[in-house]
Design a protein around this ligand. Structure first.
Ligand SMILES: Nc1nc2c(ncn2[C@@H]2O[C@H](COP(=O)(O)OP(=O)(O)OP(=O)(O)O)[C@@H](O)[C@H]2O)c(=O)[nH]1
Ligand SMILES: *[C@@H]1O[C@H](CO)[C@@H](O)[C@H](O)[C@H]1NC(C)=O
Ligand SMILES: *[C@@H]1O[C@H](CO)[C@@H](O)[C@H](O)[C@H]1NC(C)=O
Ligand SMILES: *[C@@H]1O[C@H](CO)[C@@H](O)[C@H](O)[C@H]1NC(C)=O
Ligand SMILES: *[C@@H]1O[C@H](CO)[C@@H](O)[C@H](O)[C@H]1NC(C)=O
Ligand SMILES: [Mg+2]
Length: 375
């Protein structure tokens, strides 16, 4: 009797042990299944309150009056990308954002949103600018029919984006930025993290569309750049960049520029001593006010001459529209995640030919180049 009881007891114990073990194993399996990986990164790192794998943010210069267009752009960024990745937004303005602007934009996302005012000295005339002369210049450009010829704020905006955005205190702990503007459209799902992609591949500057420039906005920019290079040959680290910027061996600028209303970039490019010296030199020359130098050619010339071909990346897979140009992926696979018309993509037009010319630059374009004449 006792013996049988002991055997029974043992059997029950064994059964229990087996069952419990199975249960534990199933739990382990369940846990593994719920851990989602995005590009090999545990997706929980992309929750709003976590530290993301890359210190990055959307950086948005915008006016209070552009609230609706801003919300439209954010809605698309969120639906197509950021609802999964939760990168923070940093909003910047030359005047304080209204409570309403803050409330309605914060409500568009789960991610952290901060709002900053631009320091006065980053959005005003430097002491060496003759404002009487600047005003005459604006009138002259107006007579020539130049877009935004009369606008002072447009010039402050271009100068800020050229030389100051990356110095704003809200970007202090940020290494990569993604610029967005009100009313832009994102027409494809972005199922990976472009910041992490850049970080892993050593990319410093990303674009979707590159255009020719209206040269009447920058009559003396190229001559100023050439003077700067003559005094600072160390600025030209990448000799092949000239081939993209100039069709005559550096004599004249062909106007090619990355269209800077879209940019995903490493702030290290702009914070480098080379770039800082370059911006100071341009700023002293006065062309932001006496002409209408845009941040697009200013950024692009620096990217082309300071970065290797491989450090500048065409995000051809990102569907992007800013009036009037569209980047729409042409490959068949993208039809399953985009709603844009590939036939309307800017790459089909001469005016955007610079877009494809960058990836077609020769070789890896090693950094070595002793000649500053572009040959
Ligand atoms: N806070 C603020 N933002 C500005 C000001 N001017 C321009 N911006 C922003 O700077 C960015 C570029 O200005 P836009 O007026 O779009 O210039 P653009 O893209 O060259 O010209 P559009 O073809 O009109 O879009 C946008 O995000 C604007 O919201 C300004 O005076 N104050
Ligand atoms: C949002 O980011 C700012 C700046 O990095 C930080 O000080 C703040 O604590 C963050 N807020 C939340 C809710 O995480
Ligand atoms: C500023 O520009 C005006 C108009 O061109 C000119 O008359 C004036 O002499 C300039 N002032 C200085 C200090 O150069
Ligand atoms: C060019 O660069 C790519 C990416 O950095 C690298 O994989 C490749 O080996 C390089 N090719 C040459 C010829 O250096
Ligand atoms: C650059 O110049 C140095 C010395 O003048 C020379 O040793 C080097 O080979 C040159 N590099 C190239 C790429 O021409
Ligand atoms: Mg715009």
């Amino acid at each position: 009797m006792e013996r049988r009881f002991i055997i029974l007891n043992l059997l029950v114990g064994l059964l229990l042990a087996i069952t419990m073990r199975r249960a534990t194993n199933t739990n382990v399996v369940r846990e593994v299944r719920t851990q989602t990986l995005i590009d090999g990164v545990d997706a929980t790192y992309y929750q709003p309150d976590r530290a993301r794998p890359v210190r990055a943010a959307f950086v948005v210069l915008v006016r209070n009056s552009e609230l609706l267009g801003m919300k439209r752009a954010m809605r698309q960024i969120e639906d197509r990308f950021n609802t999964k990745f939760n990168y923070p937004y940093v909003f910047l303005n030359d005047v304080p954002f209204t409570e309403n602007f803050k409330a309605e934009t914060t409500a568009m996302t789960k991610a952290n949103v901060t709002y900053g005012v631009i320091p006065h000295e980053h959005w005003s005339y430097p002491s060496w600018i003759n404002t009487t002369y600047a005003s005459e210049c604006r009138q002259n450009m107006h007579k020539q029919g130049v877009f935004y010829a009369l606008s002072e704020s447009y010039r402050h905006m271009c100068r800020f984006n050229s030389g100051f955005f990356f110095r704003h205190p809200l970007l202090e702990n940020i290494d990569y930025y993604w610029r967005i503007e009100p009313d832009v459209e994102y027409s494809c799902d972005i199922n990976y993290d472009p910041f992490l992609y850049m970080h892993r591949h050593g990319i410093k500057y990303g674009y979707t569309i590159a255009l020719h420039e209206y040269t009447e906005t920058i009559p003396t920019l190229w001559a100023t750049v050439k003077n700067f290079i003559a005094a600072h040959p160390e600025f030209v680290l990448h000799g092949n960049g000239y081939k993209w910027l100039s069709n005559d061996g550096g004599e004249t600028y062909n106007g090619c520029h990355f269209w800077s209303n879209f940019e995903i970039g490493s702030l290290s490019l702009f914070r480098s001593p080379e770039y800082m010296k370059y911006f100071d030199y341009l700023d002293k020359a006065g062309g932001f006010f006496y002409e209408r130098w845009g941040d697009a050619p200013v950024h692009s010339i620096a990217a082309a001459l300071l970065l290797k071909k491989e450090e500048v990346h065409w995000f051809k897979d990102i569907g992007y529209y800013h009036n009037p140009w569209l980047n729409c992926p042409l490959d068949k696979e993208s039809r399953l995640r985009c709603h844009c018309d590939p036939e309307k993509s800017a790459v089909h037009h001469y005016w955007a030919s610079c877009t494809k010319e960058w990836p077609e630059l020769p070789g890896n374009g090693s950094l070595a180049s002793n000649s500053t004449d572009g040959k």
